[in-house]
Write a protein that binds this ligand. Structure first.
Ligand SMILES: [Zn+2]
Length: 328
């Protein structure tokens, strides 16, 4: 009998849930509201479990067919223990051991990882990573996050901070403060927030006329408006787009000499808003990067969009149980 994988991508407002088969093909997906009323995490996880039971009962499968449960969490996760060291979006201030709680409901293995890591795993297996063993995913959203897959496995590092690439300092002038408490992190100059930071910093200093002047004055600039105007030939917005692209290309070049990925997958709202951004990143990346480390490496757009999280959460079971242990 075919076994199934249960997957949960926990977010601040909704939890995306899914059932996958042993080939990591999705059988069903749905979502429930995130219960943030209980800071211990128990109520949230119990809701997820109950929703799984309901959906498995209504499928052709039984709960005894479940091979494992994979869970992605928006916070720092200790992959070995399943502990989450606080999660701002879920109002978890203390450590929550997600695996320990979920293991009270189920007999099968439970794997927990950070949401950026599982999204990278999703893109590796079913998205723009084409199943390659070395894939890096960079999410360009409100912030900048990422996941590194090396030799087929997620890079966690000794305390789980591996692939926290948003906090790599690229702005040595440290013009903008980061959420992490330090300044100059790439997130402050190359995320959607970073684009706005750069616009507000450079506009008073430059003599360019710009089509987005009114948006700047009204404090309503968005990354998308900047890239759209750059595409239309706005010199100031082209200047900003090049600055942002250069920071990201620099990050990609460091990643290339560190883990030499086959694919660097760019995802998040900014990657879809700005094809002009991706073209600029590729050009600068090829200029910057040590030649052997960039040979055969492709910078590509993410494919799975919002489904990267649940696919990758299921991918934890696929990677660490089916592929690694050969369990069927
Ligand atoms: Zn930072």
């Amino acid at each position: 009998m075919e076994k199934i994988i249960l997957a949960a991508d926990i977010g601040g407002t909704t939890c995306k849930l899914g059932i996958f088969d042993e080939q990591l093909e999705r059988i069903e997906k749905w979502s429930i509201k995130t219960d943030t009323s209980d800071v211990t995490g128990y109520a949230l996880l119990e809701n997820v479990y109950e929703s799984f039971v309901e959906h498995v009962d209504n499928s052709e499968f039984a709960f005894s067919d479940v091979l494992g449960v994979g869970i992605g969490i928006p916070g720092p996760v200790n992959f070995e223990t399943g502990e989450v060291n606080g999660a701002v979006n879920l109002y978890w201030k203390e450590t929550v051991n997600v695996r320990e709680i979920f293991q009270q409901f189920v007999d099968c293995p439970v794997y927990v990882d950070n949401d950026a890591n599982v999204a990278a795993l999703g893109e590796k297996h079913k998205g723009a990573g084409h199943g390659a063993d070395d894939v890096v995913a960079i999410t360009l959203g409100t912030g900048l996050g990422g996941g590194i897959i090396s030799n087929g496995e997620i890079v966690h590092g000794h305390n789980g901070s591996g692939a926290e690439i948003g906090h790599f300092r690229v702005d040595h002038d440290q013009r903008f403060k980061c959420n992490c408490g330090k300044s100059g992190c790439i997130e402050t100059v190359a995320s959607a927030t970073g684009v706005v930071n750069l616009v507000n910093f450079y506009y008073p200093k430059l003599t360019f006329k710009s089509s987005i002047l009114q948006l700047i004055k009204d404090n309503e600039v968005t990354a998308k408006a900047v890239f759209d105007a750059a595409k239309a030939g706005d010199q100031f917005c082209i200047f900003i787009t090049e600055r942002v692209a250069n920071y990201i290309a620099y990050l990609c070049s460091i990643i290339s000499v560190t883990s030499n990925p086959k694919y660097i997958v760019l995802g998040g709202g900014m990657s879809t808003a700005g094809l002009i951004l991706i073209e600029n990143i590729k050009t600068e990346y090829h200029n910057l990067t040590f030649t052997p480390a960039q040979q055969g490496t492709e910078i590509v757009q993410a494919k799975l969009g919002n489904d990267a999280g649940i696919t990758g959460a299921a991918g934890l079971i696929y990677t660490y149980i089916i592929e690694k242990e050969g369990v069927k």
